[in-house]
Design a protein around this ligand. Structure first.
Ligand code: KIV
Ligand code: ZN
Length: 524
């Protein structure tokens, strides 16, 4: 029987700290999709957003909170009453939710950023934790930049937060400055000197600026911390946050060394979660990334290969299967029925009722007709892109034809686009087939999208892969992002540009609704 006192809660902030560092913000649908996946993964708390930052974020936190089945939903707030009210507003209908309130405590932040005295900061902490406790009995307080906070001040504010009713106190190394022995020492000192420390759970939130986030978090656990704040694939501000997959697998593999610690995360769901976050956030996983990189289980040198052939354990401390990597089995064709697709989706972790089977099946058949064989990763891509499409999309590709190739052929395209309720067609030329298609789309949408960045990659492997195109376009000084996937890379390019155009259109609508305010004006 696992001992409850050795349980380490996993607090996932991919949707808040991770999302705030992305080049583009995620749509509410994408956030919901990721939240459902994190819930299946078995994380304990999901920080779904920062509700005061915009009405859209508040709505998104609300929707996620109402959809989660297992994890506790949490919203971030500064130590400001209206921020706390916004978290409450988003989650008040739930039986249980967490308010996470934070204020900076290091000298440099207190003086130069907040222009306050430390006494005032302690007062803000005391007031806001009590204020939040009027709404919920699950309140987390964070001492931003705790890693650089003088230890006497840190002990004082942690004691204050617990006395005011904080049930979790988080010690962030906000700028990733500390070294493992130093950070472990901070946690040890808190346990030695804060008299009421046993009345709260101590959490850590380590950034990775010096590459220490995982080591610092694990050292803190050895000193008594029982919550780690993480992002999938180590996303997050600057060099990122502590990686979920790294701390979870380290605690699983080295639990004995670490005194029997355990988490609720289902290791076999890690690969899928990592790939979904990489695709949705358009942040590819580096090949050498621990646990989830494509090279993480590859053996290159002759000596290593020889060793592994004799006994895998010579060079393999973990198996790829243990984190959910599996061979892509060929099992779906245009003859596969709806039941089979539903069963495959269930194996991939999609719960019935969370997607529209008719829509997915119709798309599956179209893909199977074009591709012949459909693999797991195709089905995943289909799910992501079908869920990403919105009924409110202003632009939708209806048809596309392209002529290119040969020395004397001028690349030309004809594009039929649904614009609102009307369908229109444009033809044109360009310096290549993609350019010709983009020229047509710009004329059809009436938008002057300037291509800033274009990447093309493969979803899947070898000849069976589909092309995924990601674009970054600029309009009026602002960036918009779009992705498209297809068996045909020109079509994937068209879809990517159209999704960027839809994103621009949606942003304009929201800003008009919100009285011309630019989105994301407030951020931690
Ligand atoms: O890095 C940090 O200090 C944070 C806090 C808001 C917890 O993200
Ligand atoms: Zn952070």
């Amino acid at each position: 029987m696992a001992d409850e006192k050795n349980r380490v809660l996993i607090f996932d902030t991919t949707l808040r700290d991770g999302e705030q560092a992305l080049m583009r913000s995620l749509t509410p649908k994408q956030k919901l999709q990721l939240a459902m996946m994190l819930d299946e993964l078995g994380v304990d708390v999901i920080e779904a957003g920062f509700p005061i930052s915009s009405p859209g974020d508040l709505r998104s936190v609300h929707d996620i909170g109402h959809a989660l089945r297992h994890a506790t939903c949490c919203g971030l707030s500064r130590t400001v009453e209206k921020d706390i009210d916004a978290v409450h507003e988003a989650l008040k209908d739930l039986d249980h939710y967490r308010i996470h309130t934070f204020v900076a405590t290091s000298n440099i932040h207190v003086k130069d950023k907040l222009h306050r005295s430390f006494d005032q900061v302690v007062e803000m902490c005391d007031h806001c934790v009590r204020y939040a406790r009027n709404y919920t009995d699950d309140v987390e307080f964070s001492c931003e930049d705790a890693g650089r906070t003088p230890i006497d001040n840190l002990c004082r504010i942690v004691e204050t937060a617990i006395r005011a009713g904080a049930t979790t106190v988080n010690i962030p190394d906000t700028v990733g400055y500390t070294l493992p022995s130093e950070f472990g020492g901070i946690i040890r000192t808190l346990f030695e000197r804060v008299p009421n420390i046993d009345q709260a759970r101590i959490s850590v939130h380590c950034h990775n600026d010096l590459g220490m986030a995982t080591a610092n978090s694990l050292t803190a656990v050895q000193q008594g911390a029982r919550q780690i704040e993480v992002c999938m694939n180590g996303l997050g501000e600057r060099a990122g946050n502590c990686s979920l997959e790294e701390v979870v697998m380290a605690m699983k593999l080295r639990s004995g060394y670490m005194g029997g610690v355990w988490t609720n995360v289902v290791a076999k769901n890690i690969a899928r979660a990592s790939q979904m976050v990489a695709t949705v956030c358009n942040e590819p996983v580096p090949s050498h990334k621990a646990i989830v990189g494509s090279n993480a289980f590859a053996h290159s040198s002759g000596i290593h290969q020889d060793g592994v052939l004799k006994d895998k354990a010579t060079y393999e401390i973990l198996t790829p299967e243990s984190v959910g990597f599996r061979e892509n089995n060929l099992h779906m064709t245009a003859r596969s029925g709806r039941h089979m697709i539903k069963a495959e989706l269930a194996k991939l972790g999609y719960r019935e009722g969370t997607y529209d089977l008719d829509d997915v099946y119709a798309r599956f058949l179209r893909l199977a007709d074009r591709k012949g064989q459909v693999f797991d990763y195709d089905l995943e891509a289909l799910m992501f892109f079908s869920q990403d499409e919105d009924e409110s999309d202003q632009f939708k590709l209806d048809n596309l034809s392209v002529i290119s190739g040969g020395k004397n052929v001028i690349p030309a395209a004809s594009v039929r686009l649904r614009v609102g309720k009307r369908t229109r067609t444009e033809s044109g030329t360009g310096n290549g087939p993609v350019d010709a298609v983009f020229n047509c789309i710009n004329r059809l949408t009436g938008l002057k999208l300037k291509l800033n960045h274009f990447t093309i990659g493969a979803k899947g492997s070898g000849m069976d892969a589909q092309g995924q195109v990601d674009v970054d376009v600029i309009e009026n000084g602002r960036h918009y992002y779009g992705s498209g996937i297809s068996t045909d890379v020109i079509e994937a390019s068209a879809l990517a540009l159209i999704s960027a155009a839809n994103s621009l259109y949606r942003t304009r609508l929201i800003e008009e609704r919100e009285g011309g305010k630019r989105l994301r004006a407030v951020g931690p």
